[in-house]
Ligand binder design. Structure first.
Ligand code: FCB
Length: 460
């Protein structure tokens, strides 16, 4: 029997600007911290960069046509802040805005609903140089002005806006570096701008990023031309009850609030969790009057990027009521060092978020995996492992929806193979294969799975 998704469920594809566009200097764009970071030897595998990526800036028309042919109903893309404000603030660049206007028109003409993310990590370099990027409130304030400007110009055709993509990733890995255990050894992952702040410095960056989100929510509502849907897109930390007993499910709810304390918990509760603040001690961020009200500004959608679970948890009699189990080293993985394979994340993520915070609407804003894809002698790419991964994840998501989680769509990461940050061009996440030398696009088996499932609104 095939599992159906609820009526109106959106089957979408996702990308981000720096990972696909290329054209870093075109039409007045200013440099971003990713343009700079990629130039430093050693930062990116094989010294690669997003300088060309998949040349989407020039090929967006045929890329949209391809997504239409694949059966995409919606497309989540990101807007490059330094294309619109080359210096981050100051005068806007009309040619930059024009690119997104044309992209949105093309999507609408193709019958694809556009959803725009305002910050997917490509901070204008000028804000980094002048203020230390997100270390300063000036960046949060500039972000809100940029978000309001975009809403004013695009909200007649774009209804859904995500403020910031994955706070935890660009803050923790960009401003401190994050240690990740990979098969018995520990590697330190760094993203742009590649700083190594202390705990106090990092806490302030976290706070300023949350403030940027909150001020942007307010600016988008104020400047939008009609009612828009606004929210964050966060890589929620997902605890999985080790054995789903009632006591362990209660423990998982507690773990969810704790593990997400610096980001989602603060945004959705409009306050920092007391236990977390206590544990931060001297390092707790400096909070100005009014900040928490802005950070907790009501949102219409919560976007969840879900790739893997964070921990298996059980109830215990400690004051916090739960503990995490050590994950077995043989827990299976997909083709990235960090990528534990566990479809249960797509069940417990949305389900626990619903049970703890009752948001109005949830979207899975990213779900996908890397695989070792290469066209075979027949020119086809049979990414059977990705089909397995997506099918299993969607079945788990369907169970979360049955349990009451208001999930209205899923955006697969990614539409196309692209520039995967420090992993460079070799880590392929696309449903469409891209030959980076020729820019030839070849839909993989997973793209066929996606199109057929979207058309049937069922997991095929
Ligand atoms: C997410 C990022 C996205 C992509 C995927 C694989 O953390 O938001 O840009 O890199 O991981």
């Amino acid at each position: 029997m095939r599992t159906r998704l609820p009526e109106g469920f959106l089957w979408g594809l996702a990308t981000s600007a720096y990972q696909i566009e290329g054209a870093p200097d075109a039409d007045g764009k200013g440099p971003s911290i990713w343009d700079s970071f990629c130039k430093v030897p050693g930062n990116i595998r094989n010294g690669e960069s997003g300088e060309v990526a998949i040349d989407h800036y020039r090929r967006y028309r045929s890329d949209v046509a391809l997504m239409r042919d694949l059966g995409a109903q919606a497309y989540r893309f990101s807007i490059s802040w330094p294309r619109i404000f080359p210096q981050g603030d100051g005068p806007p660049n009309p040619a930059g805005l024009d690119f997104y206007t044309r992209l949105v028109d093309e999507l609408l003409a193709a019958g694809i609903r556009p959803l725009a993310t305002l910050y997917h990590w490509d901070l204008p370099q000028s804000l980094e140089d002048r203020f230390g990027g997100w270390q300063a409130r000036e960046t949060a304030e500039a972000f809100a002005r940029y978000a309001g400007f975009v809403a004013r110009h695009l909200s007649d055709r774009v209804t859904d806006f995500f403020t910031i993509n994955e706070f935890r990733s660009f803050v923790d890995m960009g401003y401190q570096g994050l240690e990740v255990a990979v098969g018995g050894r520990t590697v330190r992952i760094r993203l742009a701008p590649g700083l190594a702040l202390d705990r106090k410095g990092l806490a302030q960056v976290r706070h300023n990023a949350l403030l940027g989100h909150g001020l942007a929510v307010q600016a988008i509502r104020a400047e939008g031309r009609r009612d828009v849907q606004v929210g964050p897109a966060e890589n929620v930390e997902v605890p999985v009850p080790a054995v789903a007993t009632p006591a362990n499910i209660v423990a998982a709810r507690r773990a969810l609030r704790h593990l997400n304390a610096p980001y989602l918990t603060a945004m959705l509760e409009g306050a920092y969790d007391a236990e977390w603040l206590k544990s931060e001690g001297e390092a707790a961020p400096q909070v100005e009057p009014g900040d928490m009200a802005a950070i907790g500004a009501p949102v219409d959608i919560v976007g969840l990027n879900i790739y893997r679970p964070s921990a298996y948890v059980v109830a215990d009699d400690s004051p916090r009521g739960w503990r995490a189990l050590r994950l077995n080293p043989s827990h299976p993985r997909m083709d990235s060092a960090w990528h534990l394979l566990d479809p249960e994340a797509l069940h417990w993520g949305p389900r626990l978020v619903h049970e703890v915070w009752q948001p109005k609407s949830l979207l899975i804003t990213e779900h996908g995996c890397a695989a070792k894809d290469a066209p075979g002698p027949d020119g086809e790419v049979h990414d059977t492992d990705r089909v397995m991964y997506l099918r299993a994840g969607m079945a788990a998501l369907a169970r979360a929806i049955e349990a009451g989680a208001p999930v209205h769509g899923c955006f697969f990461w990614s539409a196309f193979d692209n520039f995967e940050w420090t992993d460079g061009l070799q880590r392929r996440f696309g449903l469409v294969h891209v030959d980076f030398a020729t820019q030839l696009r070849t839909p993989k088996l997973s793209a066929r799975w996606f199109g057929a499932s979207a058309a049937a609104n069922a997991i095929l």
